[in-house]
Design a protein around this ligand. Sequence first.
Ligand code: PXG
Ligand code: PLP
Length: 452
Amino acid sequence: MTAPLLSNSDVPHPPGWMDAHWMAFSANREFKAQPRMIASAEGCYYTTADGRRLFDGLSGLWCTGLGHARKEIVEAVSRQVATLDYSPAFQFGHPLSFELANRIVDKMPAGLNRVFYTGSGSESADTALKMARAYWRAKGQASKTRLIGRAKGYHGVNFGGISVGGIAGNRKTFGQGVEADHLPHTQPPNGSFHKGMPPAEGPHGAALADELLQLIALHDASNIAAVIVEPFSGSAGVVIPPVGYLQRLRDICTAHNILLIFDEVITGFGRTGQWTGSAAFGVVPDMLTGAKQVTNGVQPLGIVVAKQEIYDTFMEQGGPGYMLEFPHGYTYSAHPVACAAGLASLDLLERDSALQRVRELSPVFETAVHSLRTAKHVADIRNYGLAAGITVAPAPGEPAKRPYQIAMDMVRKGYYVRYGGDTIQLAPPFISTEAEIQSLIAALGDSFNATA
Ligand code: PXG
Ligand code: PLP
């Protein structure tokens, strides 16, 4: 047995102390045998329970681009807890949620100007899917219910999200979900090593969007409510759309009266160097979801931003003014403390010119990450903005093992990176220095080369 990594040596705990917490998306048995406890965080670094520093190579879980413990956000949250810690989300309001909605709309593509709040990305995905079905019903087209996602897509873990999602491991154990079909994924074959967007031409190019026409031929557009895709897929290992692909999806959806939803939980609020993936790739959806970076990860908050015509349809069909137009929402929708965190984060993203910083760092990051091409076991590298996915050639019979070994070796060296499936994922903070990015990549190359 290897010695525990980063266990809490200062505070003795009784045996079985860790049993009660069933951890999310974690290898519970492995973690509890070799705990990796984080005690605090500041800027780009965590401090572990045994006092070591870890560089945050994934901005938390893609959510803390501005770095940790930012004074302005801490103060805004503290003030808000003391002023209005909770306010009923249904039939009452508080000013911060309206203020934040206006601020968010300013950052959205033109025409997307109605913000619905949730508590997470998963809730945002399911909210958007329900909104799409209810929209068509309100327009007298109640047969438009079918939902279309994409292979390798990740839309959170609720039943709607896993139904349109395309990651087999997240679906296969949960039985019947919501009726859904899937477009093929756009991940280029291993060995492609595209920098940024893959080219439009060829079998892995923009024509993959035309598969939507086959699904329309099969079901008829009169039965299809919406298509949901991530502008680039994050969880599946950073899969960037080929040039022209998203526009082709947009054109087909428009021509066939199908709503297009962009799930921007990872791509929204700076990671691409723009406010949205929609802006980065120049394609405007009918609805867009967000979470994570909206509050810099400090408070749970998700959003669905709809175009005005969708909102207006609900209002027009809502019956008497005292009736609900959309019977949906969460106890924590528009939570005042989350809204305070959102406002303070938007302030900092603007004040620090964070998007500009992402645009400046991206070419440095791209060159650095692609230098790993010659490292041992590297099968492919994909990147956009401050995000990259590296496919790890599988160890015989154990495809998930090497990414785990590499990530653990990185922890020993003082770096936190994400491993999942057959990939290592990187999403460094927007406030990283060039030197931090270079040392992250150098350490990662060493870890690949040191892995059997
Ligand atoms: N949609 C997308 C596109 C996401 O990336 C969700 C929905 C769900 O959000 P919540 O807040 O319910 O987790 C996500 C979340 C990873 C990783 O390392 C990715 C996510 C979450 C945790 C880890 O790839 N994406
Ligand atoms: N389950 C029960 C029994 C509830 O009363 C509620 C909310 O009132 C929920 C689930 C939903 O919780 P949330 O609004 O936090 O999603």
